[in-house]
Ligand binder design. Structure first.
Ligand SMILES: C[S@@+](CC[C@H](N)C(=O)[O-])C[C@H]1O[C@@H](n2cnc3c(N)ncnc32)[C@H](O)[C@@H]1O
Length: 347
């Protein structure tokens, strides 16, 4: 993640930009706000909290710096949740508890640190990542506690001084991290019935190995299909379908036509997420009574145009460019009407 830039978004939470992919990780209008509006609310979290007598199982595909996981934990009423977090970039997960993310919940930060630790992330890994990214240039994107936390990770002598105001937060984080009170804090923490499993690597291979596990809510927060269609292909979405119960909900910010037409073809009910009357994302389920489809005849006709042609990656082995180029070839040789002609005809 050398090519990452930190950005302050409009709700004061930190966003990232990737120079390699030339894509943003988070909306400039607010990374935290985006997570709440495009992921947590459309996931119908409270429906599952009311209905299920067991822990809610969530799959967070593309954890990044963890907005969707953090926000769902924060907004959950029962806090009885297991989340499987996947990303190919381990460094981002390590940064996730220390980033300024418009969250005051210190317990949540400590919980994530504990979960990273229990998932095998060593102090030295955390130190290396923070040393690299929490530099003078980026310091404003990290919570104040980061510097002291970094010092603790590097085995600086820990000197207790009575915490004051902001420092209390700071103090708690590294004190809880290095001391045996960590276990105690876990038992009294409001997140004591939550668990995070981190799996780092290419999500295509990882979901292939999740075997018979099923999830109630799946967040799909990959880079946009136009830039990197790897996690939007017919093959990947077919695999996702096998990880869902009939009433599970898949949620994403994407409103792309090939993505929605693939979902439609796979038998999903599709609901467009409207924010201020603008189509801003998608939720989908095979059969959930709380998800009422709002796609129109126009949408269905659009899926039949060239722009509705799917992305394919049969063996989960193609590069983004190969997937994009194969689709262009399929579009060029298709006898379907083009998007432009369809719009002219329709209006
Ligand atoms: C839009 S960002 C996700 C933002 C994230 N949800 C957050 O709250 O910060 C896309 C993420 O997808 C990850 N990613 C891209 N391709 C991937 C792949 N094939 N497998 C796993 N993760 C991938 C990137 O490392 C990046 O963190």
């Amino acid at each position: 993640m050398n090519s990452i830039q930190f950005i302050k978004t409009d709700d004061s939470s930190t966003g990232l930009y990737n120079e390699d992919v030339k894509d943003i990780y988070h909306s400039k209008t607010g990374a935290k706000k985006e997570s709440l509006e495009k992921f947590i609310i459309p996931s119908n979290l409270y429906y599952f909290e009311e209905k299920l007598k067991r822990k809610i199982e969530i799959l967070d595909i593309c954890y990044g710096i963890g907005y969707n996981t953090k926000t769902v934990l924060e907004y959950s009423r029962k806090k009885n949740i297991n989340i499987t977090c996947i990303d190919k970039d381990k460094s981002l997960a390590i940064l996730s508890p220390m980033i300024k993310d418009n969250t005051e919940d210190n317990e949540l930060r400590i919980f994530i640190i504990e979960m990273l630790k229990s998932n095998g992330i060593k102090s030295s890994d955390m130190y290396d990542v923070l040393d690299k990214y929490c530099t003078l240039k980026n310091i404003d994107f990290f919570i104040d506690a980061t510097i002291d936390f970094k010092a603790c990770l590097n085995n600086f002598p820990y000197k207790y001084s009575a915490p004051v105001n902001e420092n209390q937060k700071l103090h708690n984080i590294y004190y809880n991290y290095i001391s045996s009170s960590m276990e105690r804090s876990q038992n009294t923490s409001k997140y004591k019935n939550c668990n995070l499993t981190f799996i780092f690597g290419d999500a295509r291979g990882i979901i292939n190995n999740l075997n018979n596990k099923k999830f109630d809510i799946i967040f799909l927060d990959a880079f946009s299909p136009q830039k990197d269609p790897t996690l939007w292909t017919y093959n990947f979405l077919s695999k996702i379908k096998t990880l869902m119960h009939d009433d599970s909900i898949l949620v994403t910010y994407s409103k792309s036509t090939p993505f929605r037409s693939t979902l439609h073809n796979l038998g999903f009910n599709i609901r467009k997420t409207f924010i201020n009357n603008i189509d801003m994302g998608t939720s989908a389920s095979l059969n959930n009574s709380s998800l009422i489809s709002n796609i129109t005849d126009f949408d269905l006709s659009l899926y039949k145009t060239r722009s509705g042609i799917f992305y394919y990656d049969n063996n989960f082995s193609l590069t983004p460019n190969e997937i994009i180029n194969n689709r262009i070839l399929a579009q060029n040789s298709s006898d379907r009407v083009s998007h432009t002609k369809f719009l002219k005809k329709y209006y």
